[in-house]
Design a protein around this ligand. Structure first.
Ligand SMILES: *Cc1c(COP(=O)(O)O)cnc(C)c1O
Length: 349
């Protein structure tokens, strides 16, 4: 009953098989392996972007901050939401890797701080770069898809945001740690959710969707590729035995494993959400991908934790009035079984 995060589950057998297959003979290091040539080819096909530059790193934080550092000068500021992973969960790595650029927070709708609106983005950008040499200069906009609260920007919403960025001539980065979960939910093409909607650079997640530890950074305009490579090496994220990263990503992009895993995760989430709804658990908002924010009485949380369930409480400690409902986050991955979810729901009932 593991709903703590979608990095807790196992790796699909296809990925392990691909690693075993890659584990013969010798290959050039540092990304000069044959598998990486194939990864680049596949990514370009999947994204309908024949020129795209593709690089692999082992963590989502590295993907985000190296991509942003490449798009951002130290005296600029990055526009993101108050709940953005780059703001809340990367231990100031964006500031560190950009050499001191700052983050400027764009508020969302009340109660929905995970999604920026075009009007708020325009107003927030307009307020920066108004103090001449004394203030931060405007820098990239970073959008998270799926958001940190499990919601999804529609293509129209993405296009409105990137249109605002382009009005100010700013590049747009997408934190796609859960890119596949959003893509299958929107039923659109990878090109539509990225460069056709004005995205310049993408952190293309793999780890949360089944890989052992690989994310791709994709620049749709390859002009920045060399600078990215230099920053990745300087930042200590260029893998020496790189073929094992490539092999994982190649397996992910073979036979649609990446989309299948995401579909499974989203379906598992819908199943769990249905059960929680039957148990009258109030939702903070409608789940759209593979994450649920819902409240249960403290006594129920207590019972679930004692039975071995793993997930994070969202607002408030376990100690207190046992009947008071406390929100929690439940994340479903591709591998969680119906049996485990049924067991979990039976404990709630
Ligand atoms: C998990 C996650 C990342 C990547 O985190 P790492 O722990 O560095 O791999 C990035 N963005 C979002 C929105 C995430 O949920």
């Amino acid at each position: 009953m593991f709903f703590a995060s979608d990095n807790s589950g196992p790796v699909p057998p296809q990925v392990l098989a691909a690693l075993t297959e890659a584990n013969t003979g010798y290959a050039m290091g540092y990304g000069a392996d044959a598998e990486m040539v194939e990864v680049t080819k596949r990514v370009r096909e999947i994204f309908e972007a024949p020129e795209a530059a593709v690089h692999l790193v082992a963590t989502g934080t590295a993907a985000n901050v190296l991509a942003l550092a490449t798009l951002c000068q130290p005296f600029e500021t990055i526009f993101c939401t108050p709940t953005a992973h780059i703001h809340e969960d990367e231990c100031n790595a964006p500031e560190f890797y950009t050499g001191g650029a700052k983050l400027t927070l764009v508020p969302g709708l009340p109660g929905f701080d995970d999604k920026m609106t075009a009007a708020n983005l325009r107003a927030t950008i307009a307020k920066e770069e108004t103090r001449g040499v004394h203030g931060p200069q405007r820098g990239p906009v970073s959008i998270t898809q799926v958001t940190e609260r499990g919601t999804i920007y529609s293509l129209a919403e993405l296009q409105e945001l990137t249109t605002v960025a382009k009005e100010f001539n700013l590049p747009v980065h997408m934190d796609g740690a859960r890119f596949a979960n959003a893509l299958v939910a929107l039923e659109c093409s990878p090109a539509e959710m990225t460069w056709k909607s004005g995205i310049d650079a993408l952190s293309f997640g793999g780890t949360k969707n089944g890989l052992m530890g690989v994310e791709a950074v994709i620049f749709f305009d390859p002009k920045k590729a060399w600078e990215f490579e230099l920053r990745r090496k300087r930042g200590g994220h260029l893998f020496s035995k790189h073929r094992y990263l490539s092999a994982q990503m190649l397996a992910y992009l073979t036979d649609d494993l990446w989309r299948d895993n995401a579909r499974k995760a989203n379906e598992n989430c819908a199943y769990l959400a249905e059960g929680l709804r039957r148990a009258d658990a109030p939702f903070l908002h409608e789940p759209q991908a593979n994450m649920i924010f819902a409240a249960l009485p403290r006594a129920t949380h207590q019972r679930l934790f004692e039975a071995g369930a793993a997930y994070h409480l969202w607002d408030g400690p376990l100690d207190g009035d046992p009947n008071e409902k406390i929100a929690a986050r439940f994340v479903c991955d591709w591998a969680i079984s119906r049996d485990q979810m049924d067991h979990f729901l039976a404990l709630i009932a």
